[in-house]
Every structure is written in structure tokens, then in C-alpha cells.
Design a protein. Structure first.
Length: 118
């Protein structure tokens, strides 16, 4: 299973970016996908997640009202629309997927860098 994230870049504070991530694998299906981020010198933290059954979403308090997660279960694709970006949103963003198997394995993408300038 491979996860490919894209959409990162350099943006000014107040700007927007849209991250995309697609999970590929011949028979891979997931129960949900999400985004994490890791800023320099800090631990990786969850940002947003979505479960396909019922469309339940989760957001970290720091991004509520600014970020929106969405996706397409049939395409194993997840998006993160990031608006009103702040310098503190600067981080490497990783997508993740949890497999729809008994073991519920987690898979990670390679990360995409988001830099927000002040």
C-alpha cells in the first residue's frame, strides 16, 4: 500500500492550500483516512480525520473552522482544504489510512511541506 500526498507549498498568512492524498494498492480498502503534521522540533500531531462509514470527521482544536477534510472512499482519496493559514500551521503534513481489515493496519504517506510566511 502506498500513500501519495501532494499540494504543499509556500503561502502567505491568510492564504489557502489544498492537500490531496491517494492510497493505492491492488486490494486496499480503508475505514478512514486522515492528516497529521509535524513542525520542526515538535511531535507529530493529528490534524483531521474522516471515517467513511457515516462520514464522521475529527479536527484538532487549532484548525477547527479553518480546515476542512473530505474524501472519496471509492478512490481511497482524502483532501484537506486549509484556509486562513497561520505561520504556526507550518509543518510537514502526512496523510494516513487505516485498513479495512481485522488488524486495522495504519499506512503513512511521505509527507508534504506546508510553509506559511508571516
Amino acid at each position: 500500500v502506498q500513500l501519495q500526498a501532494s499540494g504543499g507549498g509556500l503561502v502567505q498568512a491568510g492564504g489557502s492550500l489544498r492537500l490531496s492524498c491517494v492510497a493505492s494498492g491492488r486490494t486496499f480498502t480503508s475505514i478512514g483516512m486522515g492528516w497529521f503534521r509535524q513542525a520542526p522540533g515538535k511531535e507529530r500531531e493529528p490534524v483531521a480525520a474522516i471515517t467513511w462509514s457515516g462520514g464522521t470527521t475529527y479536527y484538532a482544536d487549532s484548525v477547527k473552522g479553518r480546515f476542512t477534510i473530505s474524501g472519496d472512499n471509492s478512490k481511497n482519496t482524502v483532501y484537506l482544504q486549509m484556509n486562513s493559514l497561520k505561520p504556526e500551521d507550518t509543518a510537514v503534513y502526512y496523510c494516513a489510512a487505516r485498513s479495512n481489515t481485522r488488524t486495522r493496519d495504519d499506512y503513512w504517506g511521505q509527507g508534504t511541506l506546508v510553509t506559511v510566511s508571516s
